[in-house]
Design a protein around this ligand. Sequence first.
Ligand SMILES: Cc1cc2nc3c(=O)[nH]c(=O)nc-3n(C[C@H](O)[C@H](O)[C@H](O)COP(=O)(O)O)c2cc1C
Length: 229
Amino acid sequence: MNDLTKLTHQSDLTALRQSYAKGELRRADVDDNPFIQFNAWLKHALESHQKEPYAMTLATASCAGRPSARTVLLRQFDERGAVFYSNYDSHKGEDLAENPYAEILFFWAELEQQIRVSGLVEKLSEEESTAYFHKRPHGSQIAACASLPQSGVIADREVLEQRFVDLKTQYPEGSIVPKPEFWGGYRIVPDQFEFWQGRQSRLHDRLQYRLENTHSSTEKQWVIERLMP
Ligand SMILES: Cc1cc2nc3c(=O)[nH]c(=O)nc-3n(C[C@H](O)[C@H](O)[C@H](O)COP(=O)(O)O)c2cc1C
């Protein structure tokens, strides 16, 4: 095997190194409320003109314990949690129906920052999902209807394009596309956050927020801890 052939079969990345020096994260810098902290970092990422900083990796697991991950778009974030939209019959939808825990992850390379948020996932109400569905561009509404079942195997691309054309004939621009039952929103209700800031020599800063029961009542409080890098 010559060297060129070798290259097509393997990638040795062990010599690639990136040093991180853009910021630091001290306990005194972060808000006691992780939702406020999250929104501060997201706002900064949006203002830094990253491409789609609201694109996040969503990790789910089946009840058999097999994990899977994919990118989805964060559509709303407030004190109730993080909202994204998808097809309920997709692979992720099946995982979440069996095991409603998930984690989302944002990595902003330019800022050398990562955020992880995990918790229990709930479906949005039909009203909330329908309201958002109709805010989407007409083509996106049609595409959501055509992708049935999302993650199902199709013979070729033409099948999909034909469905798209048929649905466009049925629902021309300007008409109301009914939201399919299998499409809607999910909300991750966080019980854990982690904010990561890259530092030199791999001594990265990691601050974790964890929801803990208080002694006196059923109320919970956020505990902030520094983690080993
Ligand atoms: C940038 C980007 C954004 C995406 N946004 C979404 C989204 O908001 N919702 C969604 O269902 N799929 C989205 N996808 C497609 C998913 O990554 C994935 O292919 C699809 O949801 C099927 O995943 P599953 O088979 O694990 O359920 C996006 C993909 C990319 C690359």
